[in-house]
Ligand binder design. Structure first.
Ligand SMILES: [Zn+2]
Length: 89
């Protein structure tokens, strides 16, 4: 699976550089809306203005994102999901 070689947080968006040389920028709001964690999938969608506090590689398949302003940290975004979100944004 294609992996990001660099992850950065830029003006409220998640910036990704992929192994094939392409780059993606995914807005925080798009990430939060698509958060795959059980809580977000089961509950009401987040409203407001989410930010990205931090992002880290999880295992070798996903990126874990900590959102602000509520500190939501259970969202684990697989590389495939990030790729599809990047294609939409
Ligand atoms: Zn979530």
């Amino acid at each position: 699976m294609e992996a990001p070689v660099r992850i950065e947080i830029d003006r409220g968006a998640l910036g990704l550089a992929w192994e094939d040389g392409t780059t993606s920028s995914i807005p925080a709001a798009a990430l939060r809306t698509a958060c795959p964690c059980a809580g977000c999938r089961a509950g009401a969608p987040f409203t407001g203005h989410p930010t990205i506090e931090s992002a880290r590689i999880v295992g070798d398949y996903a990126v874990g994102i900590v959102f602000g302003p509520d500190g939501h940290a259970t969202g684990i975004f697989s590389y495939d999901l990030l790729r599809s979100l990047a294609a939409e944004s």
